[in-house]
Design a protein around this ligand. Structure first.
Ligand SMILES: NC(=O)c1ccc[n+]([C@@H]2O[C@H](COP(=O)([O-])OP(=O)(O)OC[C@H]3O[C@@H](n4cnc5c(N)ncnc54)[C@H](OP(=O)(O)O)[C@@H]3O)[C@@H](O)[C@H]2O)c1
Length: 336
């Protein structure tokens, strides 16, 4: 497995990480904890060293699962988790673990979150700790200061932001240098190319694209008749609605064409293309299946020439992807 470093911080990780959210939410059907632990451990055996989770996944259950899975080789891996959602306690309506009701990055909330995550992950430090969404009510300088204290205390080793604007990234980095920014980026969602990626290149900060397979659409798995169960997050996303799917699949047909030209799979094109954008980029595709893990990891061997990348960029620009990538209530939590 090839490795990469996340920016000037020199944090070394496998060129692809494993996104673990889907083990417990968003993309049913789910597998048992035992099976999930097997997939996570197989990823480690195959050379994956970056594992991505968050307090809010579950909430809480994803961190417990990941902590259990990684316990035998905890010192060999980089655990990334996230804080920043305001979670209400469990009850009859909100389920046993409660749910997120907004954002909270006040210093006392971060301290509470880190202690909970450390306990659930069964570790004494979080290698890479992201603010999950920027809290508009708390200056990013205060967040950076709190994380700086946690780094001094050894509870956090490196930190990052998720879905933050270039301006917030610069302000945060000035106070406490960032190792990585994690935002959505893929062949069908390229907004970070505008301001975020240029800022990261300039500042020497790593980039961890989430949903790098476009929540599976770029794998070529869906057609215009695909539908999603109500508990599948894609059922709430306009880009996957029956009205928009057939137009959006035109871009996927192009990805399939690129794949057949290179004799690889569409998923490998989607991930290989991301890896080719920036040396400090480390995508974190999620899968619950070992055979898909193998397929995804092989994308580190897919190469693109500069002229191929330019052709692809120009062709992708011609596809108008229709529909929002998030329901409105979630989109408004991301910084523009
Ligand atoms: N910071 C944030 O706000 C944020 C938001 C979303 C996600 N994330 C992180 O990013 C990670 C990845 O994002 P994501 O899970 O949303 O999207 P993704 O990685 O783009 O797609 C995951 C979906 O693709 C399927 N899949 C994976 N490999 C495949 C293959 N080779 N062929 C066919 N299908 C394949 C998975 O199905 P199976 O599982 O059935 O294989 C799952 O349905 C998450 O796990 C999470 O850790 C972060």
């Amino acid at each position: 497995m090839k490795s990469r470093i996340l920016g000037n911080s020199r944090l070394k990780v496998s060129a692809l990480g494993l996104g673990c959210m889907g083990f417990t939410q968003s993309y049913p059907p789910y597998i048992s904890d035992e099976e999930a632990i097997k997939v996570i451990r197989t990823a480690y055996e195959k050379g994956v060293t970056l594992f991505d989770t968050a307090e809010v996944y579950g909430p809480y259950t994803n961190e417990v699962l990941l902590g259990k899975a990684l316990a035998p080789f905890r010192d060999e891996v980089v655990i990334a988790s996230k804080f920043g959602f305001d979670l209400v306690k469990g009850n009859d309506t909100d389920g046993p673990n409660g749910r997120a009701v907004g954002l909270s990055s006040r210093p006392e909330s971060i301290r509470l979150a880190v202690e909970g995550s450390l306990q659930r992950l069964g570790t004494d430090r979080i290698d890479l700790y992201y603010q999950h969404r920027v809290d508009p009510t708390v200056p990013i300088e205060d967040v950076a200061g709190t994380i700086g204290d946690l780094i001094t205390e050894g509870k956090v080793l490196y930190w990052g932001l998720s879905e933050a604007s270039a301006d917030t990234i610069r302000r945060a980095h000035h106070i406490q240098p960032l190792t990585a920014v994690q935002s959505e980026y893929s062949m069908w969602y390229r907004a970070p190319e505008e301001n975020v990626l240029p800022a990261l290149r300039q500042l020497g900060i790593g980039f961890v694209p989430f949903s790098p397979l476009g929540k599976a659409i770029l794998t070529g798995r869906f057609d215009q008749n695909s539908t999603f169960d109500s508990d599948d997050f894609r059922s709430q996303i306009a880009r996957f609605s029956p009205d928009n799917l057939s137009q959006n699949l035109q871009l996927v047909d192009y990805v399939k064409l690129l794949a057949s030209n290179k004799n690889v799979t569409p998923a490998q094109i989607a991930l290989g293309w991301l890896l080719a954008q920036y040396d400090y980029i480390v995508p974190i595709p999620g899968t619950k299946k070992v055979e898909r893990l193998d397929e995804n990891l092989a994308s580190t061997g897919v190469a693109f020439s500069q002229s191929e990348l330019e052709d692809i960029r120009q062709t992708l620009n011609k596809f108008a992807v229709v529909g929002e990538r998030y329901p409105e209530s979630q989109e408004k939590l991301t910084e523009k």
